[in-house]
Write a protein that binds this ligand. Structure first.
Ligand SMILES: O=P(O)(O)OC[C@H]1O[C@](O)(COP(=O)(O)O)[C@@H](O)[C@@H]1O
Ligand SMILES: [Mg+2]
Ligand SMILES: [Mg+2]
Length: 342
């Protein structure tokens, strides 16, 4: 890759080649990328800035909010509020949707985000990130401005127009798909621009690396326990090969590793909270990551169904997540079928 290609150049070229990035979508992606650059700078300041510690409030999920959860949420709202490209936003850190004030021309898109992913790693200087998903506003009749409702956001992940994440690690990187493969950009801190550093990213179908929070093992369902036991049995076991394990506890970092070298990531249902399908959120964690993984040739299920086919019922609903290298995801999913007697 000789000539340095900026995010805008890449989007314009992709539009020329595939025609999937109309002006408003390009603008939206550029605005989100700029907001992530501001969050990257705040994260990078660490204890030198006012970003560490708790905010003293709880979000709709009942989780203690970190200062950086709030700061990142505000940066994204502020950056996108002037409208022109989107009609409303939804966030992990906001109970309900945030519509763009109608003094601005409402745009065609809806933006959903996890403003700060991996919150438990903020204070320990481990990679964290921002995850985003873009949907089209349904029945977008330009002649009648229908007020946007929460129901407009409840679209299956297969309807996403774009998805991505920004990882704030040793490098800040933006990883993006608009449905024509996955591209990665690295933030050049000297010029402040996102520079294309990888495109047509592919996840290998096979892997010897699994990621799951092992401390929950006693709470797992049989199919997950069986799969992990077989990985741990290694060469002498039914898989006939040794597996390695990784768990960063930042979904962005675990998924970034998988997009970079393969692997399987699991945050399955467990009986600690049996009424909850899982810990991770469908609309702004599982759907965008599943779109990226599938666009890179991987797979993503909840153990039973393709995540992108799930019909959302609530804005903050949770889901069991199994994603990554295709053959491993299919194996874990098959174990769920077998357990169901399928
Ligand atoms: O602490 P655990 O149970 O290992 O959970 C880690 C998971 O929780 C998360 O931190 C949840 O995301 P948030 O930090 O955005 O709430 C994921 O990034 C990560 O995969
Ligand atoms: Mg998260
Ligand atoms: Mg979060």
């Amino acid at each position: 890759m000789s000539k340095r290609v900026s995010l805008t150049q890449y989007l314009v070229e992709q539009q020329r080649l595939h025609g999937h990035i109309p002006g408003q979508l390009r603008l939206l992606i550029e605005v989100v990328a700029r907001a992530c650059k501001r969050i990257a700078i705040a994260v990078n300041k660490g204890a030198l800035g006012e970003v560490m510690g708790v905010a003293g409030t709880e979000n709709v999920q009942g989780e203690v909010q970190k200062k950086l959860d709030i700061i990142s949420n505000e940066v994204l709202i502020e950056a996108n509020e002037w409208g022109g490209h989107l009609a409303a936003m939804a966030s992990e850190e906001m109970d309900t949707i945030h519509t763009v004030p109608n003094r601005y021309p409402a745009g065609e898109y809806l933006l959903l985000f996890d403003p700060l992913d991996g919150s438990s790693n903020i204070e320990v200087n481990v990679s964290i990130g921002t995850i985003f998903s873009v949907l089209k506003k349904p029945n977008d009749d330009p002649n009648q401005i229908e007020p946007v409702s929460e129901a407009d956001f409840l679209q299956p992940g297969s309807q996403q127009a774009a998805a991505g994440y920004c990882i704030y690690g040793p490098q800040s990187m933006l990883v993006l798909t608009v449905g024509d493969g996955v591209a990665m950009f690295t933030l050049d801190r000297e010029t402040g621009s996102w520079v294309l550093t990888a495109e047509n990213v592919k996840v290998p179908a096979d892997t010897k690396e699994f990621a799951i929070n092992m401390s929950n093992m006693r709470h797992w369902d049989t199919p997950v326990k069986r799969y992990v036991d077989e990985c741990l049995a290694g060469q002498e076991g039914p898989r006939g090969k040794d597996f390695n394990m990784r768990w960063v506890a930042s979904m962005v970092a675990d998924v970034h590793r998988i997009l970079t070298r393969g692997g399987i990531f699991m945050y399955p249902w467990d009986k600690r909270e049996p009424d909850k399908p899982g810990k991770l959120r469908l609309l702004y964690e599982a759907n965008p990551m599943s779109f990226l993984i599938e666009q890179a040739g991987g797979a993503a299920t909840n153990g039973h169904q393709r995540i992108l086919d799930l019909q959302p019922e609530k804005l903050h609903q949770r889901v069991s997540v199994i994603l990554g290298s295709k053959n491993e995801v299919e194996r874990v999913t098959a174990y769920h079928q077998e357990a169901k007697g399928g």
